[in-house]
Ligand binder design. Structure first.
Ligand SMILES: C[S@@+](CC[C@H](N)C(=O)[O-])C[C@H]1O[C@@H](n2cnc3c(N)ncnc32)[C@H](O)[C@@H]1O
Length: 244
């Protein structure tokens, strides 16, 4: 285990959405997800925390740091038949949702929209100013929380807890094995941006009960935090009435 988190700016975050290196890096990310087994890890976590979702009511889902929305689309394909209708909001600082991705969601019966915003501004806004924002059934984060140092994460997770019933995050696991593997993403054909960011992501990742320690201590949440696959760290929290 690597003892301390180190958070350094990732190259992809500084590139414009239409920069060819950024576009390539986002395609690389899909390959990295395949190697990490993210889709199966996320499917298991979501199945566990959505088992009580009422099938008759639309599920309001927010993905934060959603990127181009393709990871959740893969999940939607796996899970659409088992879920109620979903209205999905993809929040990212960059506008990355391609029309063909939106159309693929629509074919599954999911309503999707993009919210272009900085998550820290979203977190700082008073939830009461937008009563809809305060009532997400589920918020999801993938390879996103590790961008932030612990004090910032505490505030961000507080905002998440105020605004949802359930929260699931899949993040890089901060271990020597993951660190070693992060140096090998070039073997997947990944570009320089992905090669550099993969290593930084692992150094900023999580293990043990680190995210739970930053989560609201309120007693009405049930929390699970565990390693998954070879390289991932999963956190989920559900209000007790909805918890698995
Ligand atoms: C490593 S990518 C992960 C994308 C996607 N969740 C996935 O797993 O494929 C991180 C994403 O977070 C977004 N991001 C970084 N900092 C952000 C911020 N402060 N507010 C909103 N989005 C941010 C980036 O634009 C990028 O799309």
């Amino acid at each position: 285990m690597i003892t301390e988190r180190t958070i350094l700016p990732e190259t992809l975050d500084a590139l414009a959405a239409d920069d060819p290196a950024a576009q390539r890096a986002r395609r690389d990310l899909r390959r990295v997800h395949r190697v990490m087994g993210t889709r199966a890890i996320l499917r298991r976590a979501l199945s566990a925390c959505l088992h009580d979702a009422r099938r008759t009511e639309p599920l309001r889902v927010l993905e934060i740091g959603a990127g181009d929305g393709t990871l959740l689309l893969a999940l939607a394909r796996d899970m659409a038949a088992d879920l109620p209708p979903v209205t999905l909001t993809l929040l990212d600082r960059q506008r990355l949702l391609a029309p063909e991705t939106a159309a693929a969601y629509a074919r599954l019966g999911w309503t999707v929209q993009m919210q272009t915003a900085d998550i820290l501004e979203w977190a700082a806004a008073d939830g009461r100013q937008d009563s809809k924002d305060a009532s997400w059934d589920l918020i999801v984060a993938n390879l996103f929380l590790h961008h932030f140092p612990n004090p910032t994460l505490t505030d961000l997770l507080d905002a998440v807890a105020r605004r949802c019933q359930r929260f699931v995050a899949v993040e890089p696991r901060r271990t020597w094995l993951a660190w070693l593997a992060s140096h090998l993403v070039g073997a997947l054909g990944a570009n320089a941006v992905t090669r550099e960011d993969a290593v930084l992501s692992v150094r900023a990742g999580f293990n043990g009960a680190e995210l739970g320690a930053l989560w609201s201590r309120a007693p009405d949440w049930e929390i699970r935090e565990y390693p998954a696959g070879l390289f991932s760290h999963v956190f989920h929290a559900g209000r007790v009435a909805q918890a698995s």
